[in-house]
Design a protein around this ligand. Structure first.
Ligand SMILES: Cc1ncc(COP(=O)(O)O)c(C=O)c1O
Length: 380
């Protein structure tokens, strides 16, 4: 993409797949096209789970069909039920909250850190009651949440922490991958994430073998395989298909390269936007940042106007991460107090995610930076 053709869509699914991914998916389909072929068995499943667990520094990984179902499974395994309270951030995708709400829990929102926009353990502490049964921080945009801070809460109170790691394939905390943190971490391989298993997919990672086995049962009808098949618990079907798992293997093998390229592009954006007036840049795009989203804030302008101007005048698509969860109509019957979560609300009002990708060229990035500076100037 160049400055002469300034169409920069926000989602660039084009570019997600390379020849090795295509070959992997086609090889499975070709084999199954043979009249004697089949989509089963799935040796790719344990292979992918092993590779993913290793990549994320966890003892175990269970592949599922989305981060949403990963979170659902974890909440069920924790036994979340009506009357329980689950604390999370309001600045997230809706399923971080609905996974517990669906089981009858009351969702309690706590504020985020103003720089990383991840749930702040100090603010979570203020919300803990005798009914708190789980905490769900999000590693927002690729920033690691304060894992030590949450581990301290679990040590003191026993409250389990399940991380929403949808943005965090490749994220590191203090130099180490984050997949073994807390009770579990839930990843997404949906189309615009750092790796994708043909558009949808996810995984739960954990260091706890028993927890991993319970999630595995939830994802496969409660089955326990052995001499004779048993249905040991109530479960569902959250499985990935064989071509998805095969592509997961090719994607995870090159995740390091893809994430480094995206991180490099984000750093270039930081340099290009350095000193831009009335723009808050994401703080701390350091080594270990998962490089999922590049989120700027324009605190003195209305976000919708900025997004529209970027699109109409410069052909730049943006995305909005996120509307505050309690503003969705599904939460209308509950009353939430926005004065409790001022950083999250302020970020939600002014945040815009820019189209920065692993394959962005220097011209793309210069065009984006010019578009942001121009938009702020023209709207101020
Ligand atoms: C923070 C967060 N959590 C969960 C999800 C859901 O992921 P999936 O689409 O894999 O269910 C998303 C999706 O974008 C997300 O951004």
């Amino acid at each position: 993409m160049s400055t002469e053709s300034p169409g920069v869509p926000f989602t660039a699914l084009g570019g997600a797949f390379e020849q090795d991914d295509i070959d992997a998916a086609l090889a499975i389909m070709r084999a199954a096209a043979d009249p004697g072929g089949d989509f089963f068995p799935l040796p790719e499943e344990p292979q992918f789970q092993k590779a993913f667990a290793e990549h994320e520094g966890a003892g175990h990984a269970v592949a599922v069909n989305s981060c949403g179902t990963a979170l659902d499974a974890c909440m069920m395994v924790l036994g979340i039920k009506p009357g329980d309270e689950v604390i999370t951030t309001p600045l997230t995708f809706v399923c971080t909250a609905t996974c517990a709400a669906a089981l009858g829990a009351k969702i309690v929102f706590a504020d985020v850190d103003p720089v990383t926009l991840c749930l702040d353990p100090a603010r979570v502490r203020e919300k803990i009651t005798a009914r708190t049964r789980a905490i769900i921080p999000v590693h927002f945009a690729g920033f690691a949440a304060d894992i030590d801070g949450f581990a301290e809460i679990t040590r003191e109170s026993g409250i389990p922490v399940v991380y929403d790691a949808a943005h965090a394939v490749g994220t590191k905390y203090k130099g180490r991958p984050i997949g073994g943190a807390g009770h579990a971490s839930c990843y997404s391989f949906q189309s615009n994430k750092n790796i994708t298993t043909l558009g949808e997919g996810g995984a739960v990672t954990t260091d706890d073998a028993e927890f991993a086995e319970s999630v595995r049962q939830k994802k496969t009808f409660g089955y326990v395989y052995g001499g004779s098949l048993r249905v040991a618990s109530i479960g569902f079907n959250y499985r990935l298909t064989k071509p998805q798992l095969a592509v997961g293997l090719t994607q995870i093998a090159k995740a390091g390269r893809l994430i480094s390229a995206k991180l490099a592009a984000m750093r270039k954006m930081q340099a290009l936007l350095d000193g831009a007036e009335d723009v808050i840049l994401p703080g701390g795009i350091e080594d270990g940042h998962g490089a999922h989203l590049y989120v700027i804030r324009t605190p003195n302008l209305e976000r919708g106007a900025v997004a529209a101007h970027l699109k109409e005048q410069y052909g730049v698509g943006t995305a909005y991460h996120y509307p505050i969860v309690w503003t969705w109509e599904a939460f209308d019957s509950l009353e939430y107090d926005s004065s409790d979560c001022t950083h999250a609300v302020a970020a939600s009002e002014h945040a815009l995610s820019l189209p920065v990708f692993a394959h962005s060229t220097d011209d793309d990035l210069r065009h984006l930076a010019d578009a942001v500076r121009g938009t702020v100037r023209e709207l101020s």
